[in-house]
Ligand binder design. Structure first.
Ligand SMILES: [Zn+2]
Length: 254
């Protein structure tokens, strides 16, 4: 069996890998969240899994099934919870899922786990889940966990190329040029270029209000324009990110 998808292996084949070449295991984490009228609700989960797949191919790794529900969408980086279809979990739920996954992977001999995040709001809860999972496993464990946001592997030179009019920052890069380009590369049949809205860029005050103000957010849910997205940019971003994540795996673990 040469698949990189863990859930396509039998337990016998998985055990042979865990006692043999001990591959790094990727755990992609995403969200089920509005991404404008032109991208699917599963964009963050689809992209984190696709990047994990590419990186796993480069390093001989395995990709575990994606955690596809994320922490609650925030107006300033995901549009907020008021959009139909944005289906989120409480922080404790996400923390618990990651904690359990870390403990279970360790129990079966994984010694390099890569938690690959594709949804901005998840970050601190992944950190907490990893911390509690490692505490459960105890100090004698051989498991190390690498946690990353895939967009942090984009170089300034590439961002300058992809955003010739200036990079708006990753928080506002929601359903915009980066994600739309990467979806055009990985899942072109799921992108509706004809439906890219003209809203934005969103302009937020330097504070939050609760309950969240839905009127701060462009009605389309897109926080900066996706115009300028294309598949070539997506391929460039995908290749750079997967190559640099592979490099990090080669050098970053003990
Ligand atoms: Zn997204």
């Amino acid at each position: 069996m040469s698949t990189v998808w863990m859930n396509e292996l039998s337990w016998v084949d998985y055990q042979a890998r865990m006692t043999g070449d001990k591959p790094p295991v990727f755990l992609p984490v995403g969200a089920l969240e509005q991404h404008g009228p032109h991208l699917p609700l599963g964009t963050d989960a689809l992209l984190s899994a696709a990047v994990a797949f590419d990186a796993a191919v480069r390093v001989g790794g395995l990709v575990a099934p994606t955690l596809s529900y994320g922490y609650k969408s925030q107006p300033k980086c995901g549009g907020g919870q008021h959009f139909c279809g944005t289906t989120s979990v409480d922080a404790a739920t996400l923390i618990g899922s990651v904690r359990d996954a870390v403990r279970e992977f360790a129990r079966h001999g994984v010694n390099r786990l890569v938690v690959l995040n594709g949804h901005y709001e998840n970050q601190w809860f992944l950190i907490e889940g990893i911390d509690l999972g490692l505490r459960d496993v105890g100090p004698g464990a051989t498991l190390e966990v690498m946690r990353l946001e895939y967009w942090d592997f984009m170089t300034p030179a590439t961002l300058t190329h992809v955003f010739p009019e200036g990079f708006p920052g990753f928080a506002l890069e929601h359903a915009a040029v980066m994600e739309t380009s990467m979806m055009l590369h990985y899942h072109p049949s799921l992108v509706r270029l004809d439906l890219i809205p003209d809203d934005g860029p969103a302009d937020f005050p330097p504070y939050d209000i609760y309950p969240a103000r839905s009127d701060w957010v462009p009605p389309s849910g897109v926080l900066s324009s996706a115009r300028g997205a294309d598949a070539a940019k997506g391929r460039l971003l995908a290749q750079e990110v997967s190559a640099r994540i592979a490099q990090a795996i080669a050098t970053g673990f003990r």
